[in-house]
Design a protein around this ligand. Structure first.
Ligand code: THU
Length: 158
């Protein structure tokens, strides 16, 4: 028997201007992606931006449907679009943000469990640890790998 402890290192910022330029750019892309959110049921808009290894950015926003389970989160919309359109180019980072009533949320919008699982798998496929950014107007969190927001992922890729 062994007692073990997990520790997570992450950085907390108060403003976008404190971020490194490429992280700031990714957060701003996630914010711009909010325009594509279709959320007439929850009125909760989510934007996501994925960085690819060639430096380009692919964005997504949440898409809802009157048949509720048919919708999709912003993060998966972005990651699936990235892989579908650039299958040979690994993803290296993701930024997520949320808004309500036309205003960016001041606190963070953290991804759901299903989106974390998808991030974890694409990170594994990419072969590099991703930067993960939760972007709120007055608080931004930066994680250094998807493992830090979802340890012990399910995988059959080993
Ligand atoms: N949503 C996301 O886009 N990402 C998440 O990680 C969690 C939730 C969306 C789904 C739905 O359109 C709205 O937020 C409210 O749940």
């Amino acid at each position: 028997m062994m007692n073990r402890k997990l520790e997570i290192d992450y950085i907390e910022y108060d403003s976008l201007d404190e971020l490194e330029p490429q992280d700031k750019e990714l957060c701003e892309a996630a914010e711009r992606a909010l325009k594509g959110s279709y959320a007439p049921y929850s009125h909760f808009n989510v934007g996501a931006a994925v960085r690819l290894a060639d430096g380009s950015i692919v964005t997504g926003a949440n898409q809802e449907n009157s048949a509720y389970p048919s919708g999709l989160c912003a993060e998966r919309t972005a990651m699936f679009a990235a892989h579908a359109n650039h299958p040979g180019t690994p993803m290296t980072a993701i930024a997520i943000t949320g808004a309500q009533n036309g205003a960016l949320n001041s606190g963070i919008t953290a991804p759901c469990g299903a989106c974390r699982q998808v991030m974890a798998e694409y990170q594994k496929v990419s072969g590099v640890k991703w930067t993960v950014l939760f972007y709120g107007k007055d608080k931004i969190l930066k994680f250094h790998q998807v493992d830090d927001i979802l340890p012990f992922i399910f995988t059959n890729l080993d």
